[in-house]
Design a protein around this ligand. Structure first.
Ligand code: SAM
Length: 251
C-alpha cells in the first residue's frame, strides 16, 4: 500500500501531499501578507522579530544565510536588515507564486539593504546546494507543510557548515489553561471565517488550522532536530506556546 501522511486532518498518499500544499499557497500568495496580519492581529511580526534576533549575522566576515520556505521574504528581509554588505541571503521556496511576491517586495525593499538576495525555487527535502555551504538556516511557518520533515532536517544539517545554526519558527502546542480553549475556538471558528470573508475561500485556512493541530508538540519536534544530528537542540515557547522557536547547532 502507498505510504500515507497527514494533510490537515485528512490522510493522503505521501506523494500527493506536496501538490496539495502547493495548491494552497498558490491560491493565497497575493493575499498572504495581509492575511497573516489579519489572522495573527500583527503578532507574526513580533514573533519574526524575536526569531531573527537569534540569527546575529556577522558584520565583519562573509555571512551566507539560507531561508527555506521563505515565501514572500519576511524572514529574509529581516536578516538583510541585521546584516551588512557581506551578508548573502538565499530565499528558497517550492512555490513560484510565493517567490514572485518575494521578488516584487525585494525590489521595493532592497533600496535600504546592503545585503545580496537570491531567490531559488526548490524543495526543502532536496536542497540544490553543496555540503557545508551556509552559516545559518531558518525556516518559519514552513516545516509543517513539508511532507518528509526528517528529510528536510537532514538536508538542513548537510548544507550548514560546522558551527552553523539551525532555527525554526513554527506553530506549536498551547500549554496554558483557558488560553488553549480560546485558541482552539479562535482557530477553528474565526480563522476559516476570515478566510471566507477576506480571501473568498475558507479551504486554505481550514488546512492551515488543521495542519497546526497535527504538528508534533514542542518536545517531540525537539527530538526530531536532535535526531537529524543537531547538537544542543532546544526550544522556546512564545505567546503561551502558540508558536515556538526551535534551534540546534551543527558542531
Ligand atoms: N516563511 C514565510 C513566512 O514566515 O511568512 C512563508 C511561510 S508559508 C506559511 C509556508 C511556505 O512553505 C509557502 O511559501 C510554501 O510554498 C512553502 N513550502 C511548502 N512546502 C515546501 C517544500 N517542500 N519546500 C520548500 N518550501 C515549501
Amino acid at each position: 500500500m502507498a505510504e500515507e501522511t497527514q494533510f490537515g486532518f485528512s490522510r493522503v498518499p505521501l506523494a500527493g501531499k506536496q501538490a496539495r500544499v502547493d495548491a494552497v499557497f498558490h491560491k493565497v500568495a497575493s493575499r498572504y501578507d495581509l492575511m497573516n496580519d489579519l489572522m495573527s492581529g500583527g503578532l507574526h511580526r513580533i514573533w519574526k522579530d524575536i526569531f531573527i534576533s537569534r540569527v546575529k549575522p556577522s558584520r565583519k566576515t562573509r555571512f551566507r544565510h539560507l531561508d527555506v520556505a521563505g515565501g514572500t521574504g519576511d524572514i529574509a528581509f529581516r536578516v538583510a536588515k541585521a546584516g551588512s554588505p557581506l551578508t548573502e541571503v538565499v530565499v528558497l521556496d517550492i512555490n513560484a507564486a510565493m517567490l514572485d511576491e518575494g521578488r516584487r517586495r525585494a525590489r521595493v525593499a532592497e533600496r535600504g539593504f546592503a545585503a545580496a538576495f537570491d531567490f531559488v525555487e526548490a524543495n526543502a527535502e532536496e536542497l540544490p546546494f553543496a555540503d557545508d555551504s551556509f552559516d545559518a538556516y531558518t525556516i518559519a511557518f514552513g516545516i509543517r507543510n513539508v511532507p518528509r520533515i526528517d528529510k528536510a532536517l537532514a538536508e538542513a544539517h548537510r548544507v550548514l557548515r560546522r558551527g552553523g545554526k539551525f532555527l525554526c519558527l513554527e506553530f506549536s502546542n498551547v500549554n496554558v489553561p483557558i488560553l488553549d480553549r480560546l485558541y482552539e475556538a479562535y482557530s477553528f471558528r474565526v480563522i476559516p471565517l476570515i478566510g471566507r470573508l477576506v480571501a473568498g475561500d475558507e479551504k486554505p485556512y481550514r488546512y492551515l488550522v488543521e495542519s497546526i493541530a497535527r504538528f508534533p508538540d514542542a518536545e517531540s519536534f525537539c527530538g526530531n532536530i536532535a535526531g537529524a544530528g543537531f547538537e544542543r537542540a532546544s526550544f522556546t515557547r512564545l505567546s503561551g506556546g502558540i508558536v515556538a522557536i526551535h534551534s540546534g547547532w551543527k558542531l
